[in-house]
Design a protein around this ligand. Sequence first.
Ligand code: IMP
Ligand code: MG
Length: 188
Amino acid sequence: MDLKVTNLADAIESVLIDEQRLQARVRELGAQITRDYHGQDLILVGVLKGAIMFMVDLARHIDAPVELDFMAVSSYGASTTTSGIVRILKDLDTNIEGRHVLIVEDIVDTGLTLRYIYENLQTREPASLRICALLNKQKARKADVRLDYVGFEIPDRFVVGYGLDYAELYRNLPFIGVLRPDYYRPSA
Ligand code: IMP
Ligand code: MG
């Protein structure tokens, strides 16, 4: 790829959720999770790589001792669509049997990835298993998943930033935005 991006923000057509709104909402979610899990040991399971920014910010707003663990999965198929066939690239380090587990995900689109992860972790018999997603594209849903915590409902558009990528780029934008059409690679 040979994109001459000198200024990262130049690649963005419009900002959907700015940094201030993002941070305010993450703080609220952290406070809510702190209340809901009061007195319970909690493990946050971040889904790599998209959830990294959200996961670290969220964890800093949870006022309780939490463990952090990560999973990496890949779905077969084109980069901007999901096939529903999911492969575990990196599994948890922790045995979650009998533990309270909160899955932290960047975005729920079709829901196929999250349904797979949820069902897979459920077989390990955690004490509880819930889902926290920063973004929800309800319109795109194909698989039924119950989201316990949602940061923002967004329209069915492809977004980047704050962990979310296009072709592995733009994760480091501090806000959520829509990519300019000329920044999409024809082959991707
Ligand atoms: P799902 O299985 O269709 O719900 O989506 C699975 C994954 O696709 C998400 O965890 C993201 O990594 C990716 N994804 C879905 N929508 C977007 C988007 O708008 N921008 C960037 N990645 C996305
Ligand atoms: Mg993801």
